[in-house]
Design a protein around this ligand. Structure first.
Ligand code: BGC
Length: 511
């Protein structure tokens, strides 16, 4: 049975390299690139539930929502395409910029994309903080999106390239940790700023400048990755950096393999055209499916709309923001769990456990909401214990996501692509992630309005599919050096047929 076979994680080489303070600090700084994405993900949900913001930019939604206690159908109270466009416009912009960023990342290095991302994001934050009309608001959001696209294209690759292979999982996941910290800080600020009458939303949006400055300034202290230096023919410098990063004097084996990988990569003139070739089929499938499935977990419904969702189940405004805060804390803490376990238990174990946990939660949430709200969306008076149970279920769901699909959704793509297609493939990953983030952000309120509690069953179905996808199709990549990753596909029971002409695979049967 395909899924009963795993590929030996030690099939590749084992280069010397320590988890030095130098590499750790380098990764911490680079990972702050996730803050801008996270801050943005977290801020919009809270802002769109602030009355002053709605009154100024979306008066029609405000009127509809203030009638909410009289409304018969709670499922539809927040259904407004214009309002969701505010949230989702950013992700379309991010999609476009990640494609441009692939060229910058390849030709000018990973750092250049990070700085560009930070600068665009900073300008967007200023425009949003001072927004006078809807146009300023949307243009600001597009700029934020351009920033996020560039950063997400470059930061995960950067981390996977500088990290020693045995610690790559944990170090790369600091990107996701930054995302969750960004979301949490945004939730926290929303909670306080919502109390400032009139202009609290301006502070929420404008403070996005701070994470942008962190990544801009931080980037100046970062070394370029050895892989990128070699890719751009700076071999001497690359070797120096590798010695510094690995903390051992003899890095010859890894260095020579990086050169070999780079030479092979140079034969490939156009990585976009190459990625559709047969030998890159597993990579292409993963570049598309992993980010798509990450979004189809339904996590972003919680990230964007937790305050709205909690209001729907009967919480007052401040209580809703407070509950969103609780889910934010769980999101960060559970990410730390995966940072410490991913290089020990591996990627597959986390993916599978997280999928099961999320699947069960979505089913029970559907049941809990369905029982109380029925199909007409009129729950009558909701008891406190009921709302508490829904919040607890959502927290268990968030924990499951945060130690599986959340961080692995960025880690696995960034570590499986060979150098010759890495930038282009990462752009595909970012673009697909953004398309699906956009779709979820854009259609969630309409879906809730039409599918009612069935929406949660919809997500449960996809979580089941993605669990099976991982079980059958994703090889274990723990501990395999990044430029040696080809071995895992050649040894995989399904993907090996794409490498038929190569020597027979080495497999380890699970007991
Ligand atoms: C996803 C985001 C999501 C976040 C939640 C990230 O990995 O890409 O869409 O909002 O995780 O923590």
């Amino acid at each position: 049975m395909a899924g009963g076979v795993i590929v030996s994680a030690t099939a590749g080489k084992d280069y010397p390299g320590n988890l030095t303070l130098h590499v750790f600090i380098t990764c911490v700084i680079a990972a702050t690139g996730g803050l801008i994405f996270g801050y943005d993900l977290g801020i919009s949900g809270g802002v769109i539930s602030m009355d002053d913001f709605l009154k100024k930019f979306f008066p029609a939604v405000y009127r509809k929502q203030s009638l909410v206690h009289q409304s018969v159908n709670q499922y539809c109270a927040f259904d407004s395409q214009i309002l969701t466009l505010f949230t989702s416009s950013l992700y379309l912009a991010a999609l476009v910029s990640s494609i441009f960023a692939s060229y910058i990342t390849r030709k000018l290095g990973r750092r250049a994309s990070m700085v560009a991302g930070g600068v665009l994001f900073a300008v967007g934050a200023i425009l949003n903080g001072f927004a006078q009309n809807l146009a300023m608001l949307i243009i600001g959001r597009l700029l934020l999106g351009f920033g996020v696209g560039s950063a997400n294209q470059s930061v995960p690759i950067y981390l996977s390239e500088v990290a020693p292979h045995r610690y790559r999982g944990g170090l790369n996941m600091m990107f996701q940790l930054s995302i969750t910290i960004g979301i949490l800080v945004a939730d926290l600020l929303n909670y306080f700023f919502a109390k400032i009458d009139g202009w609290g939303w301006r502070l929420s949006l404008g403070i996005a400048l701070v994470p942008a400055l962190i990544i801009i300034i931080g980037s100046f202290f970062l070394p370029e990755t050895p892989n990128s230096l070699i890719e751009r023919d700076h071999h001497e410098k690359a070797k120096e950096k590798l010695i510094e990063l690995r903390g051992v004097p003899n890095v010859d084996e890894e260095f020579n393999d990086l050169i070999t990988a780079s030479e092979a990569a140079k034969l490939v003139k156009n990585s976009w055209r190459n990625i559709i070739k047969r030998q890159y089929r597993p990579h292409l499938v993963m570049a598309i499916c992993i980010p798509m499935f990450q979004q189809l977990t339904g996590m972003n419904v919680i990230v964007f709309y937790a305050p709205v969702l909690f209001r729907t189940i009967g919480f007052k405004n401040q209580a809703s923001l407070m509950s969103a805060l609780i889910t934010g804390i769980i999101n960060s803490l559970a990410t730390v769990v995966s940072i410490f376990t991913v290089d020990k238990v591996g990627r597959r174990a986390l993916y599978l456990e997280g999928s099961l946990q999320m699947f069960i939660c979505q089913l029970v949430v559907a049941l809990a909401i369905g029982l109380k709200f029925g199909v007409n969306g009129n729950p009558g008076d909701l008891p406190t214990w009921y709302a508490v149970i829904v919040v607890i279920l959502i927290c268990i769901f968030v924990a499951g996501y945060a130690w599986s699909w959340g961080p692995l959704g960025w880690l696995v793509p960034s570590e499986i692509f060979p150098l010759e297609i890495r930038s282009a493939a990462q752009s595909i990953t970012v673009s697909v992630n953004m398309i699906f983030t956009f779709i979820i952000a854009q259609v969630f309120t309409a879906m809730l309005c039409h599918m009612k509690f069935g929406l949660f069953l919809f997500f449960a179905f996809f979580i089941m599919v993605m669990g099976l996808f991982i079980y059958y199709l994703l090889p274990e990549t723990k501990g395999v050096p990044i430029e040696e990753m080809i071995t895992v596909w050649k040894n995989h029971p399904y993907w090996r047929k794409y490498y038929d002409d190569l020597p027979s695979p080495k497999q380890v049967e699970l007991a």
